[in-house]
Design a binder for this molecule. Sequence first.
Ligand code: C2E
Ligand code: CA
Ligand code: CA
Length: 277
Amino acid sequence: AKSRGLSQYCFYQPEMAERTAKKMRLEQMLRQAMEKNELLLHYQPQICARTQALVGAEVLVRWQPSGQPMVSPAQFIPLAEETGLIIPIGEWIFRRACEQYVEWRARGLHDMLLSVNVSPHQIEEPDFVERFVAIIEETGIDASNLVLEITESLAIREGEDAILKLKALKQRGLHISMDDFGTGYSSLGVLKQYQVDSLKIAQPFIRDLSDDQEQRTIVNAILAMAASMKLKVIAEGVETSEQYEYLHLQGCDWIQGYYFSRPLAAEDFKLFAGMGA
Ligand code: C2E
Ligand code: CA
Ligand code: CA
């Protein structure tokens, strides 16, 4: 206790106190965000590279505190993870996404894949599988329409426990996708262990695709490896026709990015998918 006190004293800096106060305010706001209905979901279309048909959507959470500017998930998801709020928030996201999908199917949406981001903290919860299965059953969604996007950090943090949990969900029909592939520590072994069905090539590899030979070499290698492992590949952050054409030519399966569509509010996604008003 004594040494902790000392280190706190040594680290004390006015600007740090300010940052902490700001963070605590944000945390306080985030705690109430769900009750206040300030969280909402956007849906970013995923397009088949070959046919340009809509094949899926990634669920992306948005936070609009009343009377304040929108807070980016890149800012509040890490805070939610740090504070444990990611557990109730992540559960709300999954439930809301399933409800929305079931509603859309009733309005004539064709079969597609709905991808939901799950943080390692959620998977770490002892009753993660039971809670997700309960939501699937309560909402009546067909589990084979669901994809869980996991990150490479899970592999380092969790190991065996996470593998077993994801396996249990896979047995129910869910698919697993490795998000931001290539940025972390994934190896072929990790992809096999986690029995992933698809991988998403991270945006930095796509960005310079049109003029950077090195990026092309990396993307080609990922596509060749994925093909040999019979994994589907989604390219993220595709913004230009050049990027799309290149990926299509190289056999990338699905495309996600501003070139086809930004993440859309539910109403706009309905129009995009041709569901009518
Ligand atoms: P991510 O999972 O890698 O999501 C893709 C991010 O790229 C999204 O940012 C999306 O809006 C953005 N994006 C899509 N297409 C393009 C493009 O063509 N160009 C560019 N420049 N960006 C594009 P967003 O929505 O701000 O989300 C940021 C991150 O926050 C996500 O990265 C994910 O890690 C996390 N996140 C978002 N929603 C959730 C969620 O529901 N649960 C969890 N656990 N994390 C989430
Ligand atoms: Ca993702
Ligand atoms: Ca990603």
